[in-house]
Design a protein around this ligand. Structure first.
Ligand SMILES: [Zn+2]
Length: 258
């Protein structure tokens, strides 16, 4: 590999880590109705604002060994993990996606899926204040940058939301509440971006992922049987994989039958 390529990778990684660090703040503050622009980043324990050097993602966490450098309180591992995932995600996009339009679509999708994953993990909530503007924003992106007709995203939207709504209504008759409204609305957004066929794949993958990981966590006694897992992170992960590789997966599947 050319050294210049390595430098570009590093820059792309740092960009992704910084963006995800901001999204982490959004995901933490927005459901509580706090502004995510003001106050600027500060230590959650001693409230001291962070200096520019503290804002270098990943490196500052490692350098300070996961502690605030003023009050020595522990900074949660989540901050480091989110930055690494964001950085790796941007490098992943940089390697997989060509063309400005596709790049904008991919980065936007990655950011929104990461944000709703974080709100769902922290609060078991996917805020409408994120989803509703996202419907409009992604519909415009689909019209501008995808090869789909104007109605395909709308059909996918109705399909994704409709299937989960039906599942939720049936499940509610037999069990307790199985799915939140946020999951249904998130799947509608996924449908808008992926279209009907790939959304079907996403429904399948996300429930499989949720079931397997749920069983593993129960077996390891990390999770109690009755607790249930938030579904949003699984929808997000499945949607992301299918956004990148859905076409290849479906072609491979078709070839089994030819
Ligand atoms: Zn502190």
């Amino acid at each position: 590999m050319h050294p210049a390529e390595l430098v570009i990778w590093l820059l792309v990684f740092l960009l992704g880590a910084s963006v995800s660090s901001f999204l982490n703040v959004v995901a933490y503050r927005l459901p509580k109705g706090e502004s995510f622009v003001y106050p600027s980043s500060h230590c959650p324990h001693c409230q001291r604002p962070l200096r520019p050097l503290d804002l270098i993602p990943v490196a500052s966490w490692l350098w300070n060994r996961g502690q605030c450098r003023y009050c020595k309180a522990r900074i949660h591992l989540r901050y480091l993990l989110v930055e690494i995932i964001g950085g790796a995600g941007f490098v992943w996009i940089y390697n997989e996606i060509d063309g400005a339009g596709s790049l904008i679509l991919a980065v936007s999708l990655f950011c929104i899926l990461l944000t709703v994953t974080l709100t769902d993990l922290s609060y078991r909530l996917i805020p409408n204040r994120i989803l509703y503007p996202a419907y409009v924003y992604f519909y415009i992106l689909m019209l501008l940058f995808s090869e789909r007709t104007w109605w395909e995203p709308l059909a996918g939207f109705l399909f994704g939301g409709g299937v989960l709504l039906a599942v939720a209504m049936i499940a509610e008759r037999f069990y307790a509440q199985a799915m939140g409204g946020g999951d249904i609305k998130l799947m509608a957004l996924v449908g808008l971006v992926l279209g009907i066929k790939q959304t079907l794949l996403c429904l399948f993958f996300s429930s499989l992922l949720g079931a397997v990981i749920g069983l593993v966590l129960i077996a390891l006694r990390i999770l109690k049987r009755q607790e249930g897992l938030p579904y949003g992170p699984f929808i997000s992960l499945a949607a992301w994989i299918i956004f990148l590789y859905g076409q290849a997966i479906m072609q491979g599947y078709m070839q089994l039958y030819v």
